[in-house]
Design a binder for this molecule. Structure first.
Ligand SMILES: [Mn+2]
Length: 304
């Protein structure tokens, strides 16, 4: 089959467009209310990382909303898309998580160049580096050239946290770990009280951790940028630390595309090569607010 034929293949299980599948899903009671639609956007490239599919903290619903609104020539999956690490212990695979995988594969079949750079949570995919899986190109890292000719080194970034702290701090970012910590706090304080010790402050502990985390992040950014300087690129695009950021470090355009667990951020390249970080939760909030004020206006009109 030629490539152009490939692009027209209809994927029967894309429930977004398939009314039968949509009806089936609605009947199964899994259909949640979607935010109101906004305008469709087209980008040259989209960079997404740290989705952590397979965990409860994953905001697959927000990511799906983004994907419904955005198309691109290139789609970079910059690591930790699936959380295989956690899947080994507990399985949390919601219909939304399936839909993300389906959407990505559908894009790959319709001509979007999909590049998957495995991270530390989906490191099992590192065995497939330089292979093509269902139209998705798996790479250790790569160079992306923008429309205006700048070269960005694209990598997940976990190889740079050994320098500082072995990434254990990341556990404190996840909501699961946070809940466990809160549970632990109650238990620890029960024991402490029995032994006559004073209350152990969770908030002080977290503040300390946060300070450590802030320190870690700036060290991470510096190390990644230093390596980028050695590779004589114009910029670097990475993920891993769940912190969307763009700043100039040692003459390098450092961009972190963030995550879909806490901040729901994505990096896009416009057709002219301009890079932009989008905070998608804000976009959803704006649409919902607009719909609400629209409802109010309608209600007022009806009352008059
Ligand atoms: Mn990671």
């Amino acid at each position: 089959m030629s490539e152009s034929q490939d692009r027209t293949v209809a994927v029967p299980w894309d429930d977004d467009e398939d009314p039968v599948a949509a009806a089936r899903q609605a009947a199964a009671g899994r259909k949640r209310r979607r935010p109101p639609r906004g305008p469709k956007r087209r980008y040259r490239s989209i960079f997404i990382s740290d989705v952590h599919l397979g965990t409860k903290g994953c905001r697959a619903d927000y990511l799906l909303d983004f994907m419904r609104h955005a198309e691109s020539d290139y789609l970079y999956l910059v690591g930790d898309i699936v959380d295989g690490w956690k899947l080994k212990k507990s399985w949390y695979w919601a219909p939304d998580h399936n839909d993300v995988v389906r959407k990505v594969l559908k894009r790959a079949s319709q001509g979007t160049q999909v590049i998957y750079i495995p991270g530390n949570h989906d490191e099992m995919l590192r065995d497939y580096v330089d292979h093509d899986l269902a139209g998705v190109k798996i790479l250790q890292d790569t160079i992306h050239e923008t429309a205006d000719g700048r070269r960005y080194w694209v990598l997940h970034g976990d190889e740079f946290d050994g320098v500082v702290m072995h990434a254990k701090w990341l556990a404190f970012v996840g909501d699961h770990a946070y809940r466990v910590l809160i549970g632990m706090n109650t238990w620890v304080n029960y024991v402490r009280r029995k032994l006559g010790y004073s209350y152990w402050s969770l908030s002080a502990y977290l503040k300390h951790k946060t300070k450590k985390a802030v320190e870690f992040m700036s060290n991470f950014e510096e190390s990644v940028a230093s390596e980028a300087v050695k590779r004589s690129v114009d910029g670097v695009i990475c993920g891993h630390i769940h912190h969307a950021e763009r700043r100039q470090i040692q003459g390098i355009d450092y961009i972190n595309d963030g995550d879909w667990v806490e901040s729901c951020t994505v990096l896009v390249e416009h057709d002219d090569g301009r890079m932009e970080i989008l905070f998608w939760a804000d976009d959803i909030a704006r649409r919902e607010a607009a719909a609400r004020s629209g409802d109010t206006a309608e209600a007022l009109e009806a009352a008059e």
